[in-house]
Design a protein around this ligand. Structure first.
Ligand SMILES: NC(=O)c1ccc[n+]([C@@H]2O[C@H](COP(=O)([O-])OP(=O)(O)OC[C@H]3O[C@@H](n4cnc5c(N)ncnc54)[C@H](OP(=O)(O)O)[C@@H]3O)[C@@H](O)[C@H]2O)c1
Length: 232
């Protein structure tokens, strides 16, 4: 199951900024037809991509887009949020609920809606943008980590379920990226374009997982060790 980018029609969620914008730019440059999904389509600035109104936390929005875009062959589940705060001491669990709705149910909602479209078009691929925090966590990002851990599990189960229809499911893990989401973070951050290049190569090679930086490679390597190694 490998993907030929210049023959692909790709939907990118959260395509208006950050990693999603980098995906959109690189896919257009690679010769793909690109639908740039965004809550506000007017915020999409990438020339050559078609803006599409899409809120991944909204069932009706996702269903409407899937019914309309019958030519999609690759879905990039990129849209995500980080609300921060301790799951034990935050004033409420509202931020965590929002993270689950967007980061966990969002990609699942989009994958469910587009699975028949991908099948009809020969299989194609789903890319799920996860995180090193799918495996490691810290008190400041407990809800975000849990939402990405669940999204990782759903990546695994959907990979199994979609294998029969020939759909490649790629899980993407990375530490910090140089985008708005990590603007408050000091220290090394991967340029989003660097991660995108690795993901596009994985699609062309038919690889199921991308570990985009040293952080994600290290965290995966310590999964078999003591649980304390997964809390930073
Ligand atoms: N930045 C990091 O360090 C880092 C590390 C690992 C993984 N990631 C993951 O990488 C992905 C991209 O993040 P980023 O760094 O590019 O973050 P970002 O700069 O904050 O951009 C987030 C994008 O997601 C969109 N979005 C949020 N909620 C949405 C919804 N309900 N429906 C549709 N779009 C929605 C945003 O749209 P609006 O403009 O409308 O808000 C924006 O386009 C996320 O899944 C994130 O969890 C990020």
């Amino acid at each position: 199951m490998s993907i030929t980018l210049d023959q692909s029609t790709v939907l990118v969620t959260g395509a208006n900024r950050g990693l999603g914008k980098a995906f959109t730019e690189a896919l257009v440059a690679a010769g793909a037809t690109v639908y740039a999904g965004a809550r506000d389509p007017e915020s999409v600035t990438v020339a050559g991509a078609t803006p599409v109104r899409l809120d991944v936390s909204d069932d009706a929005s996702v269903a409407e887009v899937a019914a309309r875009l019958g030519d999609v062959t690759v879905v990039v589940n990129n849209a995500g949020i980080g609300r921060g705060g301790s799951v034990l001491t935050a004033a409420s669990l509202d931020g965590f609920r929002e993270e689950l709705e967007t980061n966990t149910l969002g990609p699942l909602r989009v994958t469910r809606a587009f699975a028949p479209v991908l099948a009809a078009n020969g299989g194609g691929a789903v890319v799920n943008v996860l995180s090193a925090l799918s495996w490691a966590t810290s008190p400041a990002v407990g809800g975000y980590s849990a939402s990405k851990a669940a999204a990782w599990s759903l990546t695994n189960v959907t990979r199994g379920e979609l294998r029969e229809q020939g759909t490649l499911v790629v899980g993407v893990h990375v530490g910090y990226l140089d985008t708005d989401m990590a603007a408050h973070v000091e220290g090394p951050k991967l340029p989003p374009e660097d991660l995108v290049a690795q993901v596009l190569e994985a699609l062309e090679n038919g690889d199921e997982e991308v570990l985009g930086d040293d952080t994600s490679r290290f965290v995966k390597s310590v999964l078999s060790g003591p649980p304390a190694h997964l809390v930073v």
